[in-house]
Design a protein. Structure first.
Length: 441
């Protein structure tokens, strides 16, 4: 723990000096102008957050500290005999800004194992919910119950110098990442496996141990969990779950409260819950068509009917991307390597070859290409995880890596309370009537 913590502090001190110099020299320099459409349409594209760990390019997709998804799959350390990157390595990269060695990743895996103890009251709190409660409801409840363990909350109440806020935040972040797989696995076994209890195996890496606690021992599923946890970890700071965690954390809410808030955002159908909606849409299509291998023509007709009924085709489109999501491509490559004959996976590929042209023909869609959610469900179903309501919890466990790295950096750089300005429609009208002069709204 001391090594990674020391490296993080050294990196933060260096960047703090660079930021102070940037503000001193260029603090009044405008980055961009904000349009009326942007303030009414979800602040889309307004640059307003600094995140050190990842950057999303409309044409290239996500890059973590400058590395693309294919580069991460190649360069990050892997489990012995494995082919997919270890998520611990990505967390190290996001936090430190350097590719870790195998020894550094093993040390981080061991650290997560050592920090994974869950107080009994957390499980009792989850058990107070009805079994039919959505897995994300149970997940957020478990995280909130874990908040009693916040080191930052205790230190803040005791009185701590604001320059030292980063330290207990760092400790909480490590602890939270170590613990959320246990909460998630408990929920899965409680809801779907008749409350089966599966003990952990701390000889395994973080993702593989999670898969083990879910009850999956197939080596292919372990590989999938390593890939899944890596590619879902972060998508720059503007998406709902990352931004919400950042926003709540800026109020000095501890990492547990901040992460729980972010997970409530992830549970929205326009964000993380989309992975559930994708596989549900595919299952409904297969049932309607009475086949497990629909033709492209059948897929096209069903898709057009979906659009004509005023619904969306889940898994297609993205607020930033204007190309096929590289995370989709990574999953497609995984499928071709590990399950090329799987009919459901083949259906996902046929959908990919069919849907974009249909969406483009509407003339209303800027990005008709698939995002990460369009493929993940079919891979999970192949290995036996058919309970699609749980998929967003998997997403949430992975997202802990990115948002916690971001939260550590926010406190290390002493970012202030986030407080954007809001205005009324009358104010916009008056501003436009007066000539829309810059800076006078």
């Amino acid at each position: 723990m001391d090594d990674i913590k020391k490296k993080f502090r050294e990196k933060a001190d260096q960047l703090n000096l660079e930021i102070k110099d940037l503000i001193k020299q260029h603090g009044s320099t405008p980055i961009e102008e904000v349009t009326v459409a942007q303030i009414y349409q979800g602040m889309r594209g307004i640059t307003s957050i600094v995140s050190e760990v990842s950057l999303l390019d409309a044409q290239e997709g996500i890059r973590f500290r400058g590395y693309s998804i294919p580069e991460l799959r190649e360069k990050l350390p892997k489990a012995e005999g494995g082919t997919e990157p270890l998520p611990e390595g990505l967390f190290y990269l996001m936090l430190i800004g350097e590719l870790p060695t195998e020894d550094e990743v093993k040390a981080l895996s061991q650290l997560f194992s050592e920090r994974s103890t869950i107080p009994e009251h957390v499980y009792k709190t989850i058990d107070a919910l009805p079994l039919q409660a959505h897995p994300m409801t149970q997940f957020v409840t478990g995280i909130m119950a874990l908040q009693t363990e916040s080191i930052f909350a205790k230190k803040y109440n005791e009185g701590i110098n604001k320059k030292d806020y980063w330290d207990p935040i760092f400790e909480d972040a490590i602890n939270l990442i170590a613990r959320v797989p246990y909460v998630a696995a408990y929920i899965y076994n409680r809801k779907y496996k008749n409350k089966t209890t599966i003990t952990d195996d701390q000889k395994l890496d973080w993702a593989a141990n999670f898969a083990h606690m879910l009850g999956f021992e197939n080596k292919g599923f372990l590989k999938l969990m390593r890939l899944y946890m890596t590619i879902h970890a972060d998508h720059e700071a503007g998406n709902v779950s990352a931004h919400t965690t950042h926003l709540v954390g800026s109020a000095l809410s501890d990492p547990y409260l901040s992460f729980a808030a972010g997970m409530n955002g992830l549970a929205g159908p326009l964000h993380g819950l989309a992975n559930q909606e994708v596989i549900k849409w595919i299952f409904e299509m297969l049932e309607k068509l009475k086949t497990d291998a629909p033709t492209k023509e059948q897929i096209a007709e069903y898709a057009k009917n979906t659009l004509e009924s005023g619904k969306v085709i889940p898994g297609y489109g993205h607020g930033v991307l204007r190309v096929t999501d590289p995370r989709f491509i990574a999953q497609m490559e995984f499928g071709k390597e590990n399950m090329p004959e799987d009919k459901l996976v083949q259906t996902v590929w046929n959908i990919y070859e069919t849907i974009p042209d249909i969406l483009q023909a509407t003339g209303k869609i800027k990005n008709p290409w698939p995002n990460v959610d369009a493929h993940s469900g079919a891979l999970l179903v192949h290995y036996g995880m058919k309970e699609y309501e749980f998929y967003t919890v998997l997403f949430g466990v992975s997202r802990a890596l990115g948002v916690m790295a971001n939260l550590c950096w926010s406190r290390a750089l002493s970012f202030p309370l986030e407080r954007p300005k809001s205005i009324t429609t009358d104010a916009v009208k008056k501003w436009l009537q007066n000539g829309a002069k810059k800076g006078e709204i």
